[in-house]
Design a protein around this ligand. Structure first.
Ligand code: ATP
Length: 306
């Protein structure tokens, strides 16, 4: 058996190495998921963020010409305010965040930040001004400190720890035997979805961008974790112009405006209260989600009593 287990271990090792290689390549593509045709125009200047106002004006966009995704979208995120985009799966919510980063160019209309068209500024300055807390955070195979410091590589240890505390992950890190030196990622300690998201929040706190995109996780988190993450997100978005891409509705209640996207157009817009009162698509989504949450809770309680 010993003779067999050594080669098996070895095969396991090779398998993990290959898988890791693939993950690294995938991560690289994710990070560099920018079509090659997007380049700085000659004479592009650095984006100058004064207040951080975002404006989409009659934006039309299709990944391929045969299927329009956005058909004339106009909205504003005033400086320091929070606007949430909701809508059925595939409606184009995440597309809006990709367009703000100018990962693609739009076919018609304009997207501006403080009056500057995203096509006229350097991509480096544009991406430097926007912080993103993604749905699924990619962790590097390195220490947890490295992963947080990625937000601003010159940050000192104290700043890293402060950011972790603000993101509500400091206590968790402190109780790990190796603390901030704990290796994470595929080859190290595996963090849960909620823990990874808090690492992303800590990164963003360090980066301190004037504009923030929160791409809310699709997967349901337990209520306690969700509350912790919510308070960390509230903290990071305070005073920053924030666009929330909401796949669930729990984070949008406090948004200054909610935009309901459907079939490429804005179907409804308003505050949570106003949208509930008008008993339209948003109210329907809200009811359905509440029913689903209640069913989940019931199932969880039934399992606990088993
Ligand atoms: P979800 O809530 O499910 O994440 P979403 O509203 O964020 O959905 P998007 O990711 O913006 O939806 O996608 C909008 C549409 O564009 C989808 O139909 C999707 O299949 C399509 N799409 C997304 N990315 C690409 C791409 N790179 N190339 C072609 N089509 C794409």
């Amino acid at each position: 058996l010993m003779q067999l287990s050594i080669p098996l271990n070895f095969i396991g090792f090779i398998y993990r190495e290959i898988r890791q290689g693939l993950t690294d390549i995938e991560q690289m593509f994710d990070l560099l998921d920018v079509p090659q045709e997007i380049t700085d125009r000659p004479g592009a200047t650095a984006l100058e963020v004064s207040e951080g106002a975002i404006r989409f004006d009659d934006v039309h966009f299709a990944y391929d010409a045969s299927r329009p995704i956005l058909k004339g979208i106009s909205f504003e995120v005033p400086p320091g305010k929070t606007v949430a985009i909701v809508g059925p799966s595939g409606a184009g919510k995440s597309t809006i965040s990709r367009l703000l980063f100018r990962f693609y160019d739009i076919q018609q209309g304009t997207i501006t930040i403080d009056g500057q068209d995203v096509r006229d500024v350097t991509q480096e300055s544009l991406r430097g001004a926007i912080g993103m807390v993604p749905q699924d955070t990619v962790l590097f195979n390195d220490t947890i400190a490295y992963n947080i410091r990625y937000g601003r590589t010159e940050a000192g240890d104290e700043e890293v720890e402060k950011a972790a505390d603000l993101a509500q992950i400091g206590a968790f890190i402190a109780q790990l035997p190796e603390g901030y030196r704990t290796m994470v990622g595929e080859r190290g300690l595996k963090l849960s979805g909620g823990e990874k998201q808090r690492v992303a929040i800590a990164r963003t706190i360090l980066k301190a961008p004037p504009i923030l995109i929160l791409d809310e996780a699709t997967s349901a988190l337990d209520t306690h974790t969700e509350q912790e993450i919510q308070s960390a997100l509230d903290l990071v978005s305070r005073g920053r112009t924030t666009l929330v891409i909401a796949h669930r509705l729990s984070t949008v209640i406090a948004a200054d405006e909610i935009i309901v996207l459907k079939d490429g157009v804005i179907a409804e817009r308003g505050t949570h209260r106003a949208l509930l009162d008008c008993r339209g698509l948003y109210a329907e989504m809200w009811d359905r989600q509440r029913e689903a949450t209640e069913a989940e809770e019931k199932l969880r309680r039934a399992r606990e009593t088993d």
